[in-house]
Design a protein around this ligand. Sequence first.
Ligand code: HEM
Length: 537
Amino acid sequence: MWMCPPQRESRGHFEDTAVLAAVRTALFKMTEILAELSRTEPGVALDHEPITAPETNLDAQMFRCFRPVNPDPPAQEPVCLWNRRRCSGQQLRISPCVTPELQLPHPYGTFLVLFTLAYKLSPLHPLAKYPGPIIAKSSKWWAAYVSGQGDLHRHYQSLHDRYGDVVRVGPNELSIRDPSFIPAVLGQGGLPKGPYWDNRPGSVVSQRDPVKHLHQRKPWNRAFSSAAVKEYEDMAAKRTKQLIGCLEGVVHQSGGNKGVVLDMASWFNYFSLFSFGGGFELMKAGGDNDGLRAPFQPFFRIRAIMGHISYILPLLLSTTGRKCFVQRVHAFSRERVVKKDLFYHLSRLQSGEAMPEDERPSLTDVAKDGSLAIVAGADTTSGALTATLYYLLCNPIAYDRLRAEVNAAFPTGEELLDVTKISQMEWLNGCIAGKPNFGSLHSNESLRLQPPIPSGSQRSVNKGAGEKVLGIWVIPEGTQVTLRTYTIQRDSRHFHSPETFLPERWFSTDSPAGEHNPAAFVPFSYGPANCAGKNLA
Ligand code: HEM
């Protein structure tokens, strides 16, 4: 990794005293890396749709100082750095934006970097009044680094414990722990999505324009309407049985050996792709033998890191073969559109749907959304199931109560999913299902303790939109805000014994544990851009 982390004070917490030295090192290393990128494979880029680096923040403007600018690229054989074998033979084109010589920082660049840094840390900055660590105020590169360690949500929690409910976590970004701001930020008429989503394939999740988002969201709402979700029930029941059969098979093959180890996170991941009909037969294959799931794994980490420095994505796209991965996923999605599963519903081609020809989305658009369903739907669902199993195994009392409840409701174990029965099962709903309770549609303990999207979803007060007032806080234009799900859901002001797995808190109001603030439970987010697949999930 390019950046030497300064001394940690506590888990994920950086000492301000080491900060300036770290920032200097980081900036120097950044220039080195950019130079290295251009030296190793000169002038090669993949064919991609035009992508423009956002000019909305100073980090991006600084970054432009280091970007190569040669309008006449040399003719050259295209190469895919990411995976040469997989991408050989694909139609690639030299992009005019990358050249062999990278312009290293000249005096103007150095001056701009230092000036920008000084401005970000000065009392003149619009967010100067908000508390936060100096390294975070200096650059989002720091958040990208912590994100790469997989610890960002815990780090934000420690920052809130130290600085309060509103913390400056980036030069232009605030992190919020107060759930009373959820409707104003995420609700109807709230804030649009932020630059975290810039430079991504144009699926609904990365649509920052609220009007276009509304349009793109329609097929999703249709795909998860009550009628459509009913159609998935059989599929879900069959896949559940298949999973149980597979697990029994593995145990059987081991000859009843008690020491058999199962990677349940992977099995839940194979299972959670069930909404795609027969497209993924990972359970049947007993693993990802064909490498269908493997390409998604590095993508999750890269996506999480790049969200903080999304202006660098165009350079990465042009110097690496990430494009190859995206093309592969889209190709897979395109094949699926014709089958009657989630892709089919997204394509709005259902019978009885009076959708005029010209309003139907193109196959490419559906493929983009379908790819999103794989990345947004499968990992979240399997993460929730894995967390539930973990907490049940750590809590024998809850495990026994749940098992007794399931055995009573489904005595033979052969019944298909019966949603009416499920909605009346207290322990199941307390642990992992979704029963209307305390005004909250999805009330369960593992999603509270381990929300699959723990750091929340970024929103932005766009330039020209005017400042946004949240209680006593004035959020200036050009600021990004994020409500931290993990931190909010583990706040003792909203949940009794917040770090403890207590499924009964959702159905028992007799004990103090039952008292909680339902508004502080938002694993599926809130408002018009909340999770489109939550009914299915
Ligand atoms: C336990 C499982 C899941 C959790 C906790 C979860 C959570 C979330 C969250 C927090 C968001 C961000 C919303 C925002 O920006 O405000 C989101 C977005 C989204 N999720 Fe899920 N999700 C889950 C499963 C699924 C499934 C199964 C699907 C579909 C197959 C899905 C499809 C989507 C889509 C399409 C979006 C983008 C919505 C938009 O921007 O309008 N999710 N999800």
